[in-house]
Design a protein around this ligand. Structure first.
Ligand code: SF4
Length: 253
């Protein structure tokens, strides 16, 4: 069940079929809106350099984590293995719902394999002694054609370049919309646990989306303090399938 922000009543998970249609121009607006960026950063008094103001929120919601009831966080999860170490780090600070929103994954078979690994982790974690509070899992629609359309023209970009920023913005925008529609306090992503992902870019995108949708973004570099290595250890302990490439056909090495 999804946590509810104010009245304490839980909600049933609701599957949303792409509540908002995004296109590449939208993402360009998200990524390039300097004025919006200036306003949001002035409000939060944070700097944009990678690693700066870690865990800062994009607008004044300080004290959220000190409230008697832990805030509800919608955590975009790229895969089961990456989610392990992030859940371990956040589960005593937030009520967590994982949001598996990954239309970037090439091929339905691979998508299902990664989703099954995610489900296996949630079930095993909830049944384990490590479980601080049961995790919920919401699965977004799988729309690989929409992903290919979103990154059209950027296929030849290197990993970590413009295609990846658009891909991350796409998945985070769906997460922000869902979090805003269903009463979460904040959203975030497991993506920063990967050594291949630029935390500065993720933080910039998240904060832009936070301003756009009026919901706090937890900007935290989960690869720090050995986060990636911890995810490898935990995913082995849970026996999870770990893929050898990021997800899209352009990332297959
Ligand atoms: S390499 Fe990964 S982050 Fe970059 S576009 Fe492909 S799936 Fe997205």
């Amino acid at each position: 069940m999804l946590p509810c922000r104010s009245d304490g009543r839980p909600r049933e998970p609701v599957r949303v079929d792409s509540p908002v249609k995004f296109n590449k121009q939208d993402h360009a607006a998200v990524l390039l809106s300097d004025e919006a960026r200036r306003v949001s950063h002035a409000a939060a008094d944070v700097r944009m350099e990678p690693g700066a103001a870690e865990s800062a929120y994009p607008f004044p919601v300080g004290g959220m984590e000190e409230r008697p009831e832990r805030p509800a966080l919608l955590l975009h999860s790229c895969c089961g293995p990456c989610s392990t170490a992030v859940v371990e780090r956040l589960s005593r600070r937030f009520r967590l719902t994982l949001y598996f929103c990954n239309s970037n994954i090439m091929g339905e078979e691979e998508y299902r394999r990664r989703l099954e690994a995610q489900r296996a982790f949630v079930e095993a974690y909830n049944a384990s002694a490590d479980c601080a509070a049961p995790l919920s899992l919401v699965t977004a629609p799988y729309a690989p054609e929409a992903f290919l359309e979103t990154v059209r023209g950027l296929e030849a970009e290197p990993e970590g370049g413009a295609r990846c920023r658009v891909c991350i913005a796409d998945r985070l925008e769906h997460t922000a919309v869902y979090a805003s529609l269903y009463g979460f306090d904040a959203f975030s992503t497991t993506l920063s646990v990967s050594p291949h992902k630029d935390f500065g870019a993720i933080a910039r995108i998240g904060r832009e989306l936070a301003l756009r949708y009026g919901i706090a973004f937890l900007a935290e570099d989960f690869k720090k303090r050995d986060g990636f290595r911890r995810s490898v250890v935990l995913s082995e302990a849970y026996g999870l399938y770990r893929q050898s490439y990021c997800g899209c056909r352009f990332s297959v090495r």
